[in-house]
Write a protein that binds this ligand. Structure first.
Ligand code: SF4
Length: 158
């Protein structure tokens, strides 16, 4: 969904958004029933129900204090390909609840996007992505995260 602003090669070489530490484990994506079942069967992943979706049950961290998404394959990247959770398809944009409003923010750990001009990030949202994100969140409110003030707000829903 964001390939027009962030090329797939940059993402493939990074994968930072697929690895979590204990401070950003709340950021793990929300899965639907079908991708949850797929990861349970082929990766032995375990999940916790979150509203209308599922998030990973993070039981432990590796020796570096990290949890790697079970869908990440070191050779081919995300094994879910086009079935990636919506959260992953819009990353590093995030939808968050700010007071009584929903807002679209950006994660500052994605250098490739974070270093783009603010106007470019906002214009891309206004070209259609923001509307798609809000519509999806209407049906799947579980993707709306509580506001984290380390995430700059790009756009607030009107
Ligand atoms: S589902 Fe795929 S894209 Fe999303 S965090 Fe896991 S490996 Fe990364």
């Amino acid at each position: 969904m964001i390939k027009k602003i962030l090329d797939g090669k940059t993402c493939a070489e990074c994968r930072l958004c697929c690895i979590f530490d204990r401070y950003d484990v709340w950021e793990t994506p929300v899965f639907d029933e079908s991708t949850k079942k797929k990861l349970e069967s082929i990766r032995n992943a375990e999940f916790i129900k979150k509203d209308g979706g599922y998030i990973f049950k993070v039981k432990s961290f590796d020796e570096n204090g990290l949890f790697t998404c079970p869908a990440l394959d070191s050779k081919i990247g995300c094994i879910l390909k086009d079935e990636k959770p919506f959260d992953c398809r819009i990353w590093p944009y995030r939808i968050m609840k700010v007071g009584n409003n929903r807002a679209i923010t950006i994660a500052n750990i994605c250098d490739a996007m974070y270093n783009k001009p603010l106007s470019e990030l906002v214009d891309f949202l206004k070209s259609g992505l923001a509307s798609d994100i809000f519509k999806y969140a209407d049906v799947h409110p579980e993707i709306v995260k509580p506001y984290d003030n380390s995430y700059p707000i790009l756009l607030i829903e009107e």
